[in-house]
Design a protein around this ligand. Structure first.
Ligand code: G3P
Ligand code: CA
Length: 360
């Protein structure tokens, strides 16, 4: 990986000025329920969203992809095979790469599928649960929700319970959808507008990894629709192949994120975004150890441009606590207080909500 400016800006907490010291009670730190209460129930099911709601996070996340008949569904991957029984129900519908693409199925077909905890298929063809200690695979019956169904449930609970919990949709792989002839961003904005999310005061953050699309949303799509939502630029490393760009011949290559980590990167992002969603190690270096937390400088750089910082993903599963933290709460303390992030994406929203409550 390229050596980047932010790595050079690593600073030890021992050297931190008291000017930057932070107390959680001084500012509004938020909790984003990542794919719902996905630590407890299968991700992105309405059950996981209702459970998350009861834990009272500030936002509930939706990853959004498009079907063959242009409906929006809530799924993390633009594939169906990691969390559903599509391979059993429609065995002949995989593409040449062996994957089952949501965009090749109508909503009616997708609604016939059962959703389970995420799994991989091993060499013997056996399904292996991604997080073995989580909710057991194939128990009960869960479905893929549409984007509208999920918004209606959250808005319905806001009415029946009297809270004001926001939504945090991510437009998944807009580069892929547009290559397939579908303008997913326009469709997502249309639904958001229909449900009353129109301006920066609306209780929504709209996120994407695709900078070119974020720019298009900010400069073209939202003005044309008389909308002005808060936008979050998600950050990846180039070699993750998270975002691809196509040349005129239709050949793809990974979008280079390297510039985002350079000195002027945050200034450039802030022209279009209200915040960033970095991977945790982009904020707290993995070189950190207990008592020697090394910050990359990303939060300071983003805050200097007036942007929020909401890193992903905080998990309490075995092996998911970095070596520099004693436990989940300690990890939250490092991020909320030492690194001074504004919010976290977590599969365990109850734990983060309780942590912030205990800080007050
Ligand atoms: O959107 C924030 C976080 O969810 C990004 O990671 O892959 O879980 O969508 P992912
Ligand atoms: Ca996401």
């Amino acid at each position: 990986m390229k050596k980047l400016w932010l790595t050079a800006a690593v600073s030890s907490t021992l050297l931190m000025s008291p000017f930057f010291a932070h107390s959680a009670s001084e500012t509004d730190k938020v909790v984003v329920a990542h794919r719902g209460a996905s630590g407890y129930l299968p991700e992105h099911t309405l059950a996981a969203k209702a459970m998350a709601y009861a834990m009272k996070p500030d936002y509930i996340e939706q990853d959004v992809v498009m079907t063959k008949d242009n409906k929006l569904v809530v799924l993390h991957d633009h594939y169906l095979d990691r969390v559903t029984n599509v391979a059993q129900k429609f065995p002949e519908r995989a593409r040449n790469d062996g994957r089952y693409y949501a965009i090749d199925f109508t909503l009616a077909e997708i609604k016939q599928l059962s959703v389970t905890e995420g799994f991989n298929v091993d060499k013997e063809g056996k399904q292996v649960q991604g997080f073995p200690e989580r909710y057991p695979m194939w128990k009960s019956d869960f479905k893929v929700p549409t984007f509208e169904e999920e918004i209606e449930m959250i808005q319905g609970l806001n009415k029946s319970l009297g809270y004001d919990i926001g939504i945090y949709p991510e437009i998944k792989a807009p580069w892929f959808h547009r290559h397939e002839g579908k303008d997913i961003s326009k469709a997502v904005l249309k639904v958001l507008k229909e449900y009353g999310y129109t301006d920066k005061g609306s209780n929504v953050y709209l996120q994407t990894f695709d900078f070119n699309e974020l720019k298009r949303i900010h400069e073209e799509l939202m003005p044309a629709m008389d909308m002005d939502l808060k936008l979050i630029q998600l950050m990846a490393y180039t070699d993750w192949n998270e975002t691809m760009v196509y040349d005129k011949k239709g050949n793809s290559q990974p979008y280079s994120y390297d510039w985002m980590f350079e000195k002027e990167g945050m200034k450039q992002v802030a022209k279009y975004a209200d915040g960033i969603g970095p991977w945790k190690p982009m904020v707290v270096s993995d070189k950190s150890s207990k008592g020697n937390i090394q910050l990359t400088g990303l939060v300071k750089a983003a805050h200097a441009e007036g942007m929020k910082v909401h890193p992903y993903t905080f998990r309490a599963d075995q092996g998911r606590i970095p070596t520099y933290a004693n436990n989940f709460d300690d990890m939250l303390d490092v991020f909320y207080n030492t690194a001074n992030v504004d919010g976290v994406f977590t599969d365990f929203p109850d734990k983060a909500v309780n942590y912030l409550a205990s800080e007050k």
